[in-house]
Design a protein around this ligand. Sequence first.
Ligand SMILES: Nc1nc2c(ncn2[C@@H]2O[C@H](COP(=O)(O)OP(=O)(O)OP(=O)(O)O)[C@@H](O)[C@H]2O)c(=O)[nH]1
Length: 214
Amino acid sequence: MTEPSENTRPATLGLLLAGGLARRMGGGDKPLRTIAGRTILAHVIERLAPQCDGLLINANGDPARFADYGLPVAGDSVPDFAGPLAGILAGLDWLAQNRPGVDWMVSVAADTPFIPHDLVARLHAARLAAGVPLACVASGGWTHPVIGLWPVSLREALRHALTVEDERKIDRWTARHGVASAEWAAEPVDPFFNANRPEDLAEAERLHVLLGTA
Ligand SMILES: Nc1nc2c(ncn2[C@@H]2O[C@H](COP(=O)(O)OP(=O)(O)OP(=O)(O)O)[C@@H](O)[C@H]2O)c(=O)[nH]1
């Protein structure tokens, strides 16, 4: 089987997950904090846009705070901050309603500024090689279930899990359907480093410089 390249991978929407409460950061929008003079969201968009057929921001509250990016914004339909699975469902619903013919979505936490340039191609390659409908990323031996590949065909199953079964745990839900993992090196910079706490912003500045000189 040949690996999908940038030219052969199926059309894929990029979902920027920005719907959390950022309690460890002290509240507010983590993706709008800055690294090297630009928001983390701007860094993520720069890396993800060339790999996708359009981007969508998932965020709750007033969408006007993301107006600078010129992207559509979809909020959770499941109430009360049900976690990242609620954002993934919001993305799949938006995709089904707005982009007929696009059957795949890649989700990325919008506080993860160093995502790899081959993220989407390698996620498709991983799920094809394993013969399963889902894929997520791993680095340094840890899987990161929030960053993954989702087929629109599973959206009703996801809605049922969230709204009827009260499922909140991503990896428990993906395991039911079959999930592959694509692994990246965590050195010298973990591409899935994310900024959760105020002190992580200083570390992100350091890693940004390291990447620029690596
Ligand atoms: N749509 C949506 N996304 C969420 C929700 N909770 C977390 N996320 C997203 O899931 C990803 C991982 O979230 P966490 O870092 O664990 O949670 P957080 O709310 O951002 O931060 P903490 O409150 O500090 O845990 C981030 O991209 C969040 O924006 C939610 O209730 N709804």
